[in-house]
Write a protein that binds this ligand. Structure first.
Ligand SMILES: [Zn+2]
Ligand SMILES: [Zn+2]
Length: 327
């Protein structure tokens, strides 16, 4: 019965996805904007298939682990409106932290980076999954099972909020009025996919933006005349789009860093568990350092060219070209 619920969700959401993608293609063509890059779309769908395959194969294992904690739950909950509301809030909160750690620990960034590697933003990028995330996502949801939420309901709620998570990958919808206050919107998620320093590692939420506002990772999308155009993708984009490289390129970078001859064990830990962009000799920059660097440049411009201080659009590009370090 419960499994049926998730199947219904897939049955209903699939034609909706197809419809919004077709609508997006139609509208972008009508507005004579750049159309879909079909090679990128192919990559997005390929990564989705890989992710779904791993999720399906591993599902029996993670549901069993969650079930163990559910059997030892500290509370017996009965399903009602409050139950589903609490599950939505708690799961979205835990996903926020999963996503935040994915961005701040290089080992997990190496998995999540595929979701950010597209230089375009359209609905199909929502399907460009972090292929191996299903192998560890459930760990974040263990507290839910231990609190008395059934594993099947946890999986169902994740799939349900993910529908919204896919919907926010678009340039078509500018702002969503009062929803901007508490929901993750396309405007918020455009910021999340941007490589401009001020936007890096911001807006981690899947369904609600309140967690970012509470924990200091919220950044509104700024008008182009104030901060320049959004540049999607990574601070250094991947040239080789072959399937293996797309999924494993950051693993290769980690392994290259670990085999450096002049580094200590502590440095090695830094290369695996430190933030992306960390280096033992300071030759790269983390996103925080890029932000600080950009802020420094802005201050310098204000002092040196006060008449131009309102035109800061050159700054992101300047930072990108001077320090082409992938984060
Ligand atoms: Zn992300
Ligand atoms: Zn995204």
């Amino acid at each position: 019965m419960e499994n049926l619920r998730e199947q219904w969700l897939i049955l209903i959401s699939t034609p909706v996805y197809v419809a919004i993608i077709l609508l997006e293609i139609l509208l972008t063509n009508l507005h004579l904007k750049k159309t879909y890059n079909w090679k990128e779309v192919g990559v997005n769908l390929y990564l989705m298939l890989l992710n779904s395959g791993i999720d399906l194969a591993f599902r029996i294992v993670y549901l069993a682990i969650l079930n163990y904690f559910y059997q030892h739950a500290i509370i017996t909950l009965s399903e009602g409106v409050m139950y589903w509301l609490a599950l939505l809030l708690a799961e979205d909160f835990l996903y926020y932290w999963l996503h935040r750690f994915d961005h701040h620990i290089r080992l997990f960034w190496a998995i999540h980076v595929t979701h950010h590697s597209s230089e375009e933003l359209n609905f199909t990028v929502g399907f460009r999954s972090s292929v191996f995330q299903p192998l560890y996502r459930f760990i974040y949801f263990i507290p839910l099972a231990w609190l008395g939420f059934s594993p099947v309901n946890i999986a169902f709620m994740y799939s349900a909020t993910q529908i919204w998570g896919i919907f926010v990958h678009t340039e078509l919808i500018k702002k969503m009025g009062w929803l901007e206050y508490f929901m993750v919107t396309p405007s918020h998620h455009r910021v999340h996919h941007a490589s401009n320093p001020k936007y890096l590692d911001m807006n981690m939420g899947m369904f609600l933006i309140i967690w970012d506002k509470m924990f200091g990772t919220f950044q509104a999308e700024l008008p182009e005349e104030q901060y320049g155009k959004i540049k999607y993708g990574l601070t250094t984009n991947i040239k080789d789009l072959n399937a293996v490289n797309l999924v494993f390129h950051e693993w290769k970078n980690i392994s290259a860093d670990l085999t450096k001859s002049d580094i200590t064990f502590k440095d090695k830990l830094g290369y695996v568990f430190g933030p992306p962009g960390w280096s033992h000799d300071g030759s790269r920059m983390t996103s925080q350092q890029m932000r600080n660097h950009e802020a420094g440049l802005v201050e310098k411009m204000k002092v040196e060219q006060p008449e131009n201080s309102s035109h800061l659009t050159l700054v992101p590009q300047l930072v990108g070209t001077q320090h082409p370090h992938e984060i």
